[in-house]
Write a protein that binds this ligand. Sequence first.
Ligand code: SAM
Ligand code: SF4
Ligand code: F3S
Length: 461
Amino acid sequence: MTASTTEKTVSAEELLLGKALEYERYEGHKPLALVHSYGCQQNVSDGEKLKAMLLRIGFDFTDKPDDAALIIFNTCAVRENAEDRVFGNLGQLKKLKEKRPELIIGICGCMAQQKHVAEKVKESYRYVDLVFGTFAYGAFYEMLWEVAGEHKRVFNQSDRYGDINEELVQLRDDKIKAFVPIMYGCNNFCTYCIVPYVRGRERSRKPENVINEVGGLVRDGYKEIMLLGQNVNSYSYGFTSLLRQINEIEGDFRVRFMSSHPKDAGFELIDTILECDKICKHLHLPVQAGSDRILKAMNRRYTVEKYLEIIDYARKKAPDFSFTTDLIVGFPGESYEEFCMTKELIKKVKYDNIYSFVYSRRSGTPAAKLPDDISDKQKGLWLRELILEQREVTTQWLGRFVGRTLRILPTGEGRKGEGWLTGKSDEDMIVEFQGDKSLIGKFVSVEIVKAMNWALEGKLI
Ligand code: SAM
Ligand code: SF4
Ligand code: F3S
């Protein structure tokens, strides 16, 4: 950052702080911001950074739109329904803005990075003051001042990103689990996916910055660290080496990471997971489809055979090794036979969980130009078939844990009602058991007594 931009940032920051203090003197409380993040953990992590910036300029937070002086939706563009939800929620704010014209409304994140979205908001959502994409966080104070102090509408879809800004800290809502981005962006250009266009090319954080941050979080009492990246195993300073260094950090904590791209996930990654006691024995390995023709059309750059080699290697060394995945049904031109190959694959792999999505056309991606001749109804039926198939796999496969003792990190009250706690095992299984709320945030041992189709039930030891 140049000296002049630093000066500008400081001055916008000071002006905003002054305005917030004035508001507090007049209203008797700090101005309140509502920041709502949609989409993946990476976006949630960006939302936490935005909150930290707002805290610095005198804001407090609310989840009630009626109480907010500033509302920001941090958006996701990965599927059409994610975008529709944001436009729907934005529509509901129109009345609020009419009642309180001084309310500032903004959208940011992946959806707001797209120029056609910015145009739509400019024309059809005239009560929205601020629209900025994923590369504009560094200019947040200047943009907010232009809106709050100079009463302008601001649109920033800049596609220029500089070095990773290590000064942007996160204001974490969770006190047990923490997200730590290790890289940003994606170079893979899967033909269906908008992410490379809205998040730019891959940039990795320096290992020492990641390690310092994890060390600080562990000292602050965090028990689970989730390393984030669109493709963590293309971390440019060596992902397995980073895992081993994090594993050396003293303390009672465990580490997860996501997502791993199968084209870069090799035996070394499995060996590292198995050799490092703090790394969870679980891998989220999105396969997307069970047919080589569709994988090629998706530009995934692996075959089903290559994918299964990783699964087999892990399961030979650790028969319980847990895998989860992402799947897309109804990619343009997918036949029913090809869809059935995805069903076959989930039976073969025995995933502990799947995240399955109906293909959504994203304008600007190569797949958007292909004829999408499968009806929405058909895609919906295939999705249902897939979910039912997985339900059967899960119920049987989870049975392997019955009678065993697992280490659980309880994170809240259970779905089974009063007196029950819920948490996840190191293998990423949801486990419900009876216990006192004081155990939340502490590792406990639980003997598994029953497998349900969505979770395990256990008894505290
Ligand atoms: N980088 C991760 C990877 O490749 O494994 C995935 C990140 S993406 C944000 C999460 C998931 O959304 C993908 O794995 C894919 O299943 C799904 N997805 C992405 N684009 C999609 C689209 N156009 N339609 C439906 N699902 C999509
Ligand atoms: Fe999207 Fe593929 Fe990148 Fe994942 S690896 S974010 S699916 S382009
Ligand atoms: Fe994440 Fe959605 Fe953006 S999944 S990277 S918030 S498009």
